[in-house]
Design a protein around this ligand. Structure first.
Ligand code: ADP
Ligand code: MG
Length: 589
């Protein structure tokens, strides 16, 4: 069943729900509250569930949205439809300011800081004179279309659920795009994403703004629903509750936010309604039971209720394979001058007292497979990191296609035509093979967040996915294209990394231990692929411990030991070199 069809059915159900004869008006109020909470939770799904940035402070953004419209509509007489963009902009600007200070933090400091500004801004709301202090602002006008005033719960219901469904569609569109892949790589795999040009700092700020604008929208609706604004619903307790909603529903899923809102709002209402009857009006008891039930729910369905429900469905949503005939323009690059493609001259890297790379020099020619070998700790991975700009060299130079790249940023180096795989595989396990590989083509796409949300990115996206699919076919993983990367064997994951690197359309491919964990047949297939790439004009620099594999494949070999180059030559010469045998080959043989 296609996603669009499911959303249509859901929208139809929501449209007819209030029309059911005998539906108690009080239920409509509950549905309104569910919609309002769902908007906030949807933002948290993106921020916390997908992006990994836990926020306890989302309620204050509802406050920014609610107070903006309350002030503008009561004191300046503006129509609510004019205050809507104002509310969203104010929430968005607040998110930029708070986001810039927040997303830089890591570990526990990030959620802690959201609690801090969550409490601080709540006090600000309740102390400021022009926001009415603790009494808030009353007489907020209702929403109105023509002469139709949305005065009661039943009439504003359609406005609320229109915004919930529209926001869900925009959010789903965003996640399913070039920008969305960058966001989904934030939690696990941001190092690799950065290497392929994903601006992870911007992606974090973007999800922060997106979540805040959705909360601001919820606040705007709330103000015109309640027709009054008071500080209480924007405090730290509400912030915690929103986070709970997202986690209970399924923090990684947009519809999980909606489901979580339904579960929590209804549960709270039922407990508040019935427990006092059973226990004779003992106050606050419902909060304790509510807490216990939420903890139990999280235990029963650790990933949230939504993925658990989807798992029970008899049918699966299907994903389409990309049309590989769509072309992606090759990146514009200056032709490399004659001479070696990559030249490393006296490169040195010191970590404190350890000299990991000790004045190493070597070249990689055009159409050459060069192997870098040596014992563990010899400095091979560090050399890779110097070439790719991940580490700054202490001294020395690296030149690629005639250009010095020693101080260039990793993204610039990727654009020049060097791409890599990692010794410790860095894929996003809960993204498909196709989506992971498409991250490699990130710099060859253009579309940004707004274009993605509005689906104006489809041509660009089709070209990126087609390129990713072609590279997956090329490395022989066509059958696994829609599998989750985390479900593949380690050896296959290494091959996925090669496909991702090929999406850069590189002139030089850097492979850090590509054959580790591969079976014999897989190694042979990898060797064939690398020879084909070389014969097609690409250069390959690889680090590898499997000597059979290296001797068979490499045109030339450079041997490192304790950060120093101890030999260089053809496989035959290296095999007989007494220094190499003493330092390395003797050990592995
Ligand atoms: P190889 O890949 O050849 O096994 P590495 O390049 O990973 O070796 O490491 C070379 C040396 O540099 C080792 O002694 C290692 O402990 C040290 N080293 C590598 N990275 C760092 C780092 N970030 N900080 C401190 N020491 C490091
Ligand atoms: Mg290494």
């Amino acid at each position: 069943m296609s996603q669009r069809f499911s959303i249509l059915i859901f929208a139809l159900i929501m449209a007819v729900l209030p029309l059911i004869p005998g539906m108690p008006p009080y239920w409509i109020v509950l549905l309104d509250n569910i919609g309002l909470a769902a908007l906030v939770a949807m933002g948290l799904v993106l921020l916390t569930g997908v992006g990994g940035l836990t926020s306890f402070g989302q309620a204050v953004f509802c406050g920014f949205g609610a107070y903006t419209t309350a002030v503008l509509s009561t004191q300046y007489g503006l129509s609510p439809w004019l205050t809507l963009p104002a509310s969203l902009v104010v929430s968005g600007i607040a998110a930029v300011i708070l986001g810039i200070v927040t997303v830089r933090l890591s570990g526990h400091y990030l959620p802690l800081s959201t609690i801090a500004w969550g409490i601080g801004i709540y006090y600000l709301f309740s102390k400021l004179e022009f926001l009415g202090r603790n009494d808030g602002i009353g007489r907020v006008p209702p929403l109105q279309i023509g002469s139709y005033q949305m005065l009661d719960a039943g009439s504003i219901y359609y406005a609320i659920w229109f915004f919930v469904i529209a926001s869900a569609i925009l959010t789903l569109n965003l996640l399913d795009s070039r920008t969305g892949r960058g966001i989904r790589a934030l939690r696990r795999g941001h190092i690799a994403a950065e290497a392929f040009g994903v601006a992870t700092g911007w992606a974090k700020l973007l999800v922060f703004i997106h979540a805040a604008v959705l909360a601001g929208l919820s606040g705007w609706l709330y103000a015109h629903f309640q027709r009054a604004v008071m500080p209480t619903p924007f405090g730290a307790q509400a912030g915690i509750e929103y986070l709970f909603i997202a986690v209970v529903g399924g923090a990684g899923y947009v519809w999980g936010g909606v489901l979580g809102a339904a579960i929590v709002v209804i549960l709270k209402e039922v407990l508040q309604g019935y427990l006092p009857l059973i226990f004779g009006g003992q106050g606050q008891l419902e909060i304790i039971v509510f807490g216990i039930m939420l903890v139990a729910l999280v235990q029963l369905a650790p990933g949230g209720v939504w993925p658990w429900l989807v798992g029970l469905l008899p049918f699966k949503t299907t994903s389409q394979r990309p049309d590989t005939s769509v072309a992606l323009a090759a990146p514009a690059r200056a032709a490399a001058p004659a001479g070696p493609l990559l030249r490393i001259d006296n490169a040195r890297k010191q970590f404190g007292g350890v000299t990991a790379v000790n004045d190493v020099s070597f070249d990689v020619g055009a159409r050459e497979i060069l192997a870098l070998i040596g014992p563990n700790g010899a400095g091979k991975s560090t050399t890779f990191n110097l070439i790719t700009g991940v580490l700054k060299a202490t001294s020395g130079t690296v030149t690629f296609a005639g250009q010095p790249i020693i101080d260039a940023a990793p993204q610039t180096i990727t654009q020049l035509g060097i791409s890599r795989t990692f010794q410790h595989v860095k894929l996003v396990p809960d993204m498909t093979v196709l989506e992971n590989v498409a991250i490699g083509a990130h710099l060859r796409g253009r579309s940004g967040a707004i274009a993605s949300m509005l689906r104006l990115d489809r041509a660009d996206e089709a070209a990126l996915l087609a390129e990713a699919a072609r590279q997956i076919e090329r490395v022989g993983l066509g059958d696994q294209i829609d599998h989750l990367a985390g479900s593949l064997s380690l050896g296959q994951q290494r091959i996925v990394e090669i496909a991702r690197a090929l999406c850069v359309n590189p002139m030089l491919l850097l492979l850090d231990e590509p054959a580790a964990g591969l079976r014999h047949m897989e190694k042979q297939r990898l060797a064939t692929l690398l020879r084909q790439l070389r014969d097609g004009g690409m250069s390959v620099l690889l680090v590898e411990h499997d000597m059979g594999f290296v001797m068979d494949l490499a045109d030339r070999i450079v041997v490192l030991d304790f950060g120093t180059r101890i030999a260089e030559g053809t496989p035959q010469a290296i095999m007989k070199n007494p220094d190499v045998i003493k330092a390395y080959l003797g050990g592995v043989a």
